[in-house]
Design a protein around this ligand. Structure first.
Ligand code: GLN
Length: 553
């Protein structure tokens, strides 16, 4: 680009939520980055919570943690996975956060006696935040700003007003509005309906924002005629009314967008100079997702199994790890509470790997302990993440070391053996928001372990989000009984990775590896876990096939 003028693309959503605004924004990001541009993304969330860290997974889905320890919206996970850049706390802001900043300034007396108002003080803070992201690190060529919620919500008004002002200040050539909308198919009429889109755009225009491009979600195909009609009613050139049809995998979205000229039109509209896109590796990745040679089933034993968004990054990490193993990973969702009612084998005998993910609260914990016991005894590959490591330690302490009643202090204050406990620094913490062990911490890996084999190095850094820790006073006794401490944080002497010796693949980690898995760069532990599951399946199939052959003789 000639001058280093940052360009801004705003992405809003209309008609209904859950149309995939995060994926659409991340896909645009990928297509621009594939053309050699420096891109970043920013998500505004219109709710009042300062961050999603205090929200229930039922309300919000996964909390995505960045290296700098911010608890953020799960869309930041898509951003990192799609554009392969680290996000930071600056890349997500809520209404709560914006107000918090303004109110703190007001209390300090910074406004010099003025009345503090939504316009201009809140809108100024929103605009300041956007410009700050543009200059974070090296100056960006393009900043994509996604506004959460749906146009028409009262909550999102200050953000839209700020965007209107921002576009005026930065100029037509430097700003662009993309609106993602739904064109539903009404079966009774046998037609696609454009009215909801017309109304949504009307609301935007009332506020003073004229969308430059419409991404229309449709089940199958948006005809030329419909695009013409939508364009006419919404005051958008027909060529900028884009069909965004349903696809099998979210990773296809950048390719569909490219096919429909989304990035070329953005570049044209914003007068960006850049080369052609390099999407070769991405195309191969999508091909591999759709054409796997093998298949393996892995169970996720968790508490929020009916809400897969709570485990978003884990689900995606399995897609990446599957591709690297040339296999499709089918996830079997098992509610940990059900394992408290019936024997684990009833739910787990048809899987080749068991994963216990992170979680909070006591409900279902005993079921997770049973899942671990089953995996340990039946020698099924096991992967424990955060709470998953903690329950693995509890299970081992109780059933192998004979430490009766061993538990985590989180679930049993009076346990005789608190093998998982609070650090002294956490004991007097009163505020729940932002006070866990959060973000990136170093970990030193013991040579010759499963972890070492996976990472291929002894120094790593991973992201954390938990309050409780492996209790060091129990380390000796657990190690004597065969537990391997394969990773330790060297600064705080905290156990970060455990393994079992007499088991094909049993690994627990105190951090969240799923947060760092990327397209074309699967997380090494997920990759190795899937490989172990495929090997387990192959080992088990041989005797089954022999038995079948014998029976038919
Ligand atoms: N509840 C546990 C803790 O706070 C585990 C947290 C998690 O799994 N993210 O330590």
């Amino acid at each position: 680009m000639s001058e280093r003028q940052t360009k801004y693309v705003f992405v809003t959503g209309g008609v209904v939520s859950s149309l995939g605004k995060g994926i659409a924004s991340a896909s645009i990001g990928r297509l621009l980055k594939a053309r050699g541009l420096k891109v970043t993304l920013l998500k505004f969330d219109p709710y009042i919570n300062v961050d999603p860290g205090t929200l229930s997974p039922y309300q919000h889905g996964e909390v995505f943690v960045t290296d700098d320890g911010a608890e953020t919206d799960l869309d930041l996970g898509h951003y990192e996975r799609f554009i392969d850049e680290n996000m930071s706390r600056k890349n997500n802001a809520t209404t709560g956060q914006i107000y918090y900043t303004v109110i703190t300034r007001e209390r300090r007396g910074d406004y010099l006696g003025k009345t503090v108002q939504v316009i201009p003080h809140i809108t100024d803070e929103i605009k300041r935040h956007i410009r700050e992201v543009a200059r974070d690190g090296d100056v960006k060529d393009v900043v994509i700003v996604e506004v959460g919620g749906t146009v028409g919500d009262i909550e999102s008004l200050p953000f839209l007003e700020a965007i209107r002002q921002f576009c005026l200040e930065e100029g037509y050539e430097n700003t662009m509005n993309v609106h993602l909308t739904l064109v539903p198919y009404v079966r009774a009429a046998g037609e696609y309906k454009t009215k909801p889109t017309q109304h949504s755009v009307m609301r935007l225009r009332e506020i003073g924002i004229q969308p430059d491009m419409l991404l229309c979600r449709v089940e199958t195909h948006l005809s030329e005629e419909l695009r013409q009609k939508i364009g006419l009613f919404c005051n958008v050139p027909k060529d900028y009314v884009i069909e965004a049809r349903d696809v099998e995998s979210i990773y296809e979205v950048p390719l569909i967008f490219e096919e429909n000229g989304v990035a070329d039109k953005i570049i044209q509209r914003l007068r960006i100079q850049c080369g052609p896109p390099d999407l070769k590796a991405w195309r191969e990745f999508v091909y591999k997702i759709k054409n796997p040679s093998a298949f393996v089933r892995i169970a996720i034993v968790g508490k929020y199994t009916e809400l897969h968004d709570s485990y978003k990054s884990i689900v995606e990490a399995f897609v990446h790890a599957g591709v690297e193993n040339d296999a499709r990973v089918e996830l079997k969702w098992v509610s940990s509470e059900s394992l408290e009612m019936r024997p684990p084998a009833d739910y787990l005998s048809d899987v080749s790997g068991i994963l216990v993910p992170g979680g909070f609260g006591e409900r279902g914990v005993e079921g997770k302990v049973r899942a671990v016991q089953y995996a340990r005894e039946a020698k099924v590959p096991f992967f424990g993440i955060c709470l998953g490591l903690q329950v693995a330690v509890i299970e081992f302490a109780r059933n192998v070391c004979g430490l009766e009643g061993a538990h985590s202090r989180e679930f049993m204050e009076e346990t005789p053996h608190p093998v998982i406990d609070l650090l002294p620094s956490q004991v007097n913490v009163e505020n729940l928001g932002g006070t866990m062990r959060l973000g990136a911490y170093r970990c030193t890996i013991k040579p010759g372990t499963l972890a070492h084999r996976a990472y291929g190095t002894t120094e790593i850094s991973e992201r954390h989000r938990h309050r409780y820790e492996f209790s060091n006073p129990y380390r000796d006794v657990l190690e004597k009984h065969g537990l391997v401490v394969s990773g330790v944080n060297p600064d705080l002497n905290l156990v970060e990775i455990i393994e079992l010796r007499d088991h094909p693949w049993f690994v627990g980690v105190q951090f969240h590896p799923e947060l760092k898995s990327r397209v074309l760069r699967a997380h090494p532990l997920f990759r190795e876990f899937v490989r172990a599951a495929l090997e387990y399946k192959a080992r088990r199939q041989v005797p089954e096939e022999l038995a079948r052959a014998a029976a038919s003789d």
